[in-house]
Design a protein around this ligand. Structure first.
Ligand SMILES: NC(=O)c1ccc[n+]([C@@H]2O[C@H](COP(=O)([O-])OP(=O)(O)OC[C@H]3O[C@@H](n4cnc5c(N)ncnc54)[C@H](OP(=O)(O)O)[C@@H]3O)[C@@H](O)[C@H]2O)c1
Length: 489
């Protein structure tokens, strides 16, 4: 197979992309439009009540972003007309059959024209309401597969999952599919229909009891976590994404399918420019709290490997895989990360962050530089929790004293300490499975794709997705942390 002219492959293609307002999908949209202005059309599914609102969201949350600066410059005066010619915003919701499309004419047009479907939509909150996560992360992929099967010209469906569907498994994690009903802990009885029914029943019981919306939300979140843990997954997000993969495998028939499993997607490495990032997620919230001086003790195994991939490299892997798989009636899984070939561990990450913030301290709201300390790294969760709870207890006691004495400045200091401790408790709870993660993501399929593409003329400058090409120290100090400071502080 020829990979020499990748951009040509995209020419004249009609592609439906879901999750278009999200971090990864908009980088994909920008790349396709920039490298192949002759793409026929991109249908971008946006959650909105009508086409007009979808158009506004697209303008505000996608096209209007700094990410599109390079394309805007390249197109000059033609930018707006180019965008309206190439992009059709589609109001919809992947939780519904036919993706919730209400416009029958548009649906018919899409069934006739779409060649490739890329499902990027998901709720990425680790602790989402169970009903919501089941809707988008589990049923969403199956609705997208069924939609793709109705497209008469369909050549490929790409489903974006996550490498962490493996839960807390350690060792070498292969690029293998889940079979329907396979629980991580081997517990029998995982049945997606039952899960949907249980979530639905609980929700209608809560509504019948006329609980406030906030209470319902919390109970539905707790229920998701409980169901995830029952079957061996650490949180609702990865559990519902794993079930989504199961449904893709089951529903696809002979539809050509790729499941892309990126690890932690971080800021752009090179394209359209280095260091573009959006939304504070996973490890970035630890970096933000550390740089702001809210976090000075860490719970982590110093040798734990963090698996990251810059967003533009992940997008390149999608496009190259797309070329390799059109019209191939198989299902292939690609894990896209760095842990197997170019790992970076907690200790190194800690050093990068310390060095960066030590040299470039963040200025707080009062304009004062926040001096970070290296802090304390504990690798024993019990000791960590004991220390945290002791501190919280002590701070509470001294705060009572300060209240009695009416000392406002001391009260303020203690309230701030209490706030920091509670942030630490919350972050630990959420990220514990990843701070002690012992898995290494095998990327044999991805490597095979890289080698085949390279040997067959891939322009590696334009479509690089090789983690071996990354110098992590340079990337963190000069690209990723400055990007976090610029966009997320
Ligand atoms: N970012 C990472 O580090 C990472 C790592 C591994 C895997 N992934 C996977 O990569 C994909 C994209 O992640 P991301 O970081 O770009 O996420 P993101 O920024 O949170 O974007 C998610 C997108 O999905 C849309 N969406 C949510 N529910 C929907 C629904 N019911 N119908 C239609 N669209 C819906 C969101 O729309 P709204 O704007 O309307 O909410 C948003 O456009 C996800 O599948 C995620 O699981 C991400």
């Amino acid at each position: 197979m020829e990979f020499a002219n990748m951009a040509e492959f995209l020419g004249n293609k009609t592609i439906l992309i879901t999750g278009a307002t999200g971090f990864i999908a908009k980088i994909l949209v920008e790349k396709i439009l920039r490298v192949q202005p002759n793409v026929r059309k991109l249908y971008l599914l946006v959650r909105a009540k009508d086409p007009e609102s979808a158009k506004i969201r697209l303008q505000d949350e996608v096209i209007g972003k700094e990410l599109f600066r390079v394309l805007r410059e390249k197109m000059g005066q033609n930018f707006e007309s180019f965008i309206s010619e190439k992009i059709t915003p589609v109001a919809g919701d992947t939780s519904y059959e036919n993706l919730g499309l209400i416009d029958d004419n548009l649906k018919t047009e899409m069934f006739k024209d779409v060649d490739i479907v890329i499902n990027v939509a998901a709720t990425t909150k680790f602790e989402e309401r169970y009903d919501v996560a089941l809707g988008v992360n589990t049923m969403g992929p199956s609705n997208v597969v069924n939609f793709a099967k109705k497209c008469t010209n369909i050549k490929l469906l790409i489903h974006v999952s996550t490498a962490y569907v493996c839960g807390e498994n350690g060792g070498l994690i292969p690029e293998s599919p889940y079979s329907m009903g396979e629980a991580l802990n081997g517990l029998p009885g995982l049945d997606i229909e039952t899960e949907k029914k249980l979530a639905k029943q609980l929700l209608s019981n809560l509504k019948a009891r006329e609980l406030p919306e906030k209470g319902i939300r919390q109970i539905m979140k707790n229920f998701g976590r409980q169901r995830a843990k029952l079957f061996g997954w650490p949180n609702t997000y990865v559990f519902t994404k794993a079930m989504g993969e199961m449904l893709v495998g089951q529903c696809r028939g002979d539809l050509p399918v790729i499941i892309m499993r990126p690890t932690i997607v971080c800021s752009t490495y090179k394209e359209p420019f280095s260091g573009w990032v959006e939304g504070c997620r996973t490890i970035d919230s630890v970096a933000v709290n550390y740089g702001k001086g809210h976090l000075s003790i860490f719970l982590a195994d110093r040798n734990s490997v963090f698996d990251l991939i810059p967003a533009d490299m992940f997008v390149n892997s999608i496009i190259v895989a797309m070329k390799a798989h059109v019209n191939q009636p198989s299902m292939t899984i690609y894990q896209v990360g760095c842990s197997y070939r170019n790992p970076v561990n907690f200790s190194e990450l800690h050093d990068f962050h310390y060095n960066y913030f030590n040299q470039h301290p963040w200025n707080n709201n009062e304009g004062n530089p926040v001096n970070v300390k290296k802090g304390l790294v504990l690798s024993n969760i019990l000791i960590f929790q004991l220390i945290l709870f002791l501190w919280i207890f002590l701070v509470g006691k001294v705060l009572n004293l300060a209240n009695m004495m009416g000392s406002r400045s001391l009260q303020q200091v203690l309230i701030n300490i209490d706030k920091k401790l509670n942030i630490a408790v919350k972050l630990v709870e959420l990220y514990r499975p990843y701070l002690f993660f012992k898995g290494i993501f095998v990327d044999s399929n991805t490597e095979k794709l890289r080698v085949t593409a390279r040997e067959n003329g891939l322009d590696e400058d334009m479509f690089n997705f090789d983690p071996m090409s990354i110098n992590w120290k340079d990337f963190f100090i000069n690209v990723h942390i400055p990007a976090i400071v610029k966009y997320l502080f």
